[in-house]
Design a protein around this ligand. Structure first.
Ligand code: KIV
Length: 294
């Protein structure tokens, strides 16, 4: 297992700035959320929300609402680009989305996913990809999947000044090896997930996503780690929770994973608006005089 570099970026940042005393969610300041703020929220026992975002309107809105962390996930693959899985999306496709999210926020910490195939081969490959996201998109941190297996990548990036969010448990980029979307860490497999989360932290990760992990295992990891855990299908005891925004707001149709709760019906609202527009055009009601020029 890789040991934590004493001066990793996350540790330095956590020591180096003074966190807001007030709530992380919709806090009083309009300054950028920092790693130290997330760490301070863990110490206060304050839970916080994270949402995915891939475009200027959702980014601007979520930022105004005070969502402290936005993730330009590789889930853009199946929520923006129309792929079936997260595997096909590329760095070149994700960077413009990440740039748009960064440009549209003033406060949120913006994290970009390193896509499948862009970091696993070596720490140097991870460094090159992460630097592109930092320079070309201006993101504040990157996320990569894997604990023990990618600890060397996390260590190099963190030590070099790139904050890394880890992601363990079910890792969608490995869905073929994992035989599909399955809960990870049941029974004796729990130790593997705990070890992966610990490895990510020790390598320098400033937070760790726990995906599709039994509630008790996620609770144990959350207690054990110094850094915040962010759950998705990992029960209520994580330090933070994340959802894909289209799932959260009810835009996506079809069968949803058990861990999703829908807080809106955007699909319904959009269907009604599009149908009304189509009917108005067909009936000659739109455009009316007020939408036309003399
Ligand atoms: O890509 C993504 O959206 C994610 C989260 C759901 C954790 O990795």
């Amino acid at each position: 297992m890789t040991t934590a570099p004493q001066s990793s970026a996350s540790q330095a940042a956590i020591r180096g700035s003074s966190p807001e005393a007030a709530s992380l969610y919709g806090g009083p300041s309009s300054r950028r959320v920092r790693l130290a703020d997330l760490q301070a929220a863990k110490h206060r026992g304050e839970r916080w929300p994270m949402l995915t975002s891939y475009d200027q309107y959702t980014a601007g809105l979520f930022d105004e609402l005070g969502i402290p962390v936005l993730l330009v996930g590789d889930s853009a693959s199946n929520n923006v680009f129309g792929n079936e899985t997260s595997l096909p999306v590329t760095t070149d496709e994700l960077i413009p989305l990440a740039r748009s999210v960064v440009r549209s926020t003033r406060r949120a910490l913006v994290v970009a996913d390193l896509p499948f195939g862009s970091y696993e081969a070596s720490p140097q490959q991870a460094w090159s990809t992460a630097v592109r996201f930092m320079k070309e998109a201006g993101v504040h941190a990157v996320k990569l999947e894997g604990g023990i297996s990618n600890a060397a990548q996390i260590e190099l990036l963190s030590a070099g000044g790139i904050p890394v969010m880890g992601h363990v448990g079910f890792t969608p980029q490995r869905e073929h090896v994992l035989s599909g979307y399955r809960v990870q860490g049941r029974d004796h497999a729990a130790e593997q997930v705990v070890a992966d989360a610990q490895a990510a932290q020790e390598a320098g990760a400033f937070a760790v996503v726990l995906e599709m992990v039994p509630t008790a295992v996620a609770a144990r990891i959350t207690q054990k780690l110094r850094v915040p855990t962010i759950g998705i299908g990992a029960g209520p005891d994580c330090d933070a929770q994340v959802l894909v925004w289209q799932d959260m707001a009810g835009l996506r149709g079809g069968k949803l994973p058990r861990f999703v709760k829908q807080y809106g019906d955007l699909r319904g609202a959009l269907s009604t608006a599009a149908q009304r527009f189509a009917e108005d055009v067909r009936d000659g009601v739109f455009p009316a005089a007020e939408h036309s020029f003399e």
